[in-house]
Ligand binder design. Sequence first.
Ligand code: ATP
Ligand code: MG
Length: 268
Amino acid sequence: MNTAITNSDPQPMIRVNAVSKSFGSNQVLRDISFDVNEGEVVVLIGPSGSGKSTLLRCINFLEEFQSGQILVDGEAVGYSQTGPGGRGRQTESSIAHLRTKAGMVFQNYNLFPHKTAIENVMMGPILVNKESKAAARAHAVELLEKVGLGDRANHFPSQLSGGQQQRVAIARALAMRPKVMLFDEVTSALDPELVDEVLKTLRDLSKEGMTMIIVTHEMQFAKDVADRLLFFYQGAIIEDGPPADVFANPKTDRFRAFVKRFQGAPLN
Ligand SMILES: Nc1ncnc2c1ncn2[C@@H]1O[C@H](COP(=O)(O)OP(=O)(O)OP(=O)(O)O)[C@@H](O)[C@H]1O
Ligand SMILES: [Mg+2]
């Protein structure tokens, strides 16, 4: 197979190229490379401490990284590749602009408690994207409907369930009109009966063609929705492929052991 990059290849929506990152002497990402094409859903799984959150945080430049490059929608993340020395930190306005391209949702949704659901969704577009209040409101109504919360627009976070709050957080991230979405264990803090409603929102986004990287321990979801599964172990990717292939023919015992611990069942 010819894997050379030619001009006819589409530009990946996310390119992670030889990224390494350490916290002091603790190297947590080891030469990580992968591309995510437009509309693709990549699921990251791996043991605690393997570097999944750190990688997502690097893609949004919430963390600095010492070597390698990350491109989102063709734009370098965090560091300019030109100039003296070849690697300078970008200006804060470039970094802020990049963050509007990659929406991120965490385990703890951190909505503003004294703002209603719709106000939470409208704030970023008004303050950062300088949208008019009317335009931001119209978009927020649309997004709350999309996540199944059209009738909860004027509720405060304390009046919503954890699953509903997490869906508001997803709508809030979508309101910035991101090109990609990054999800870090968005169902981990939820009561089991609330997990499915949030996963449904992610499935719907995937059907609409949103490019996503999702860190999750939900194996069935990974099998159903991911185009590609990456298994992290000690800061390196040790399995990479369509989930059906990786689950059916894992290359490593690490992956077998990990899956067994999570579902206590055969791999396929
Ligand atoms: N701010 C930080 N300062 C120092 N070390 C950190 C920091 N954040 C993460 N680490 C270390 O980096 C490593 C990877 O952490 P990371 O949070 O990326 O793992 P993870 O795969 O997301 O784990 P989990 O499944 O528990 O969320 C761990 O050894 C962690 O202790
Ligand atoms: Mg994590």
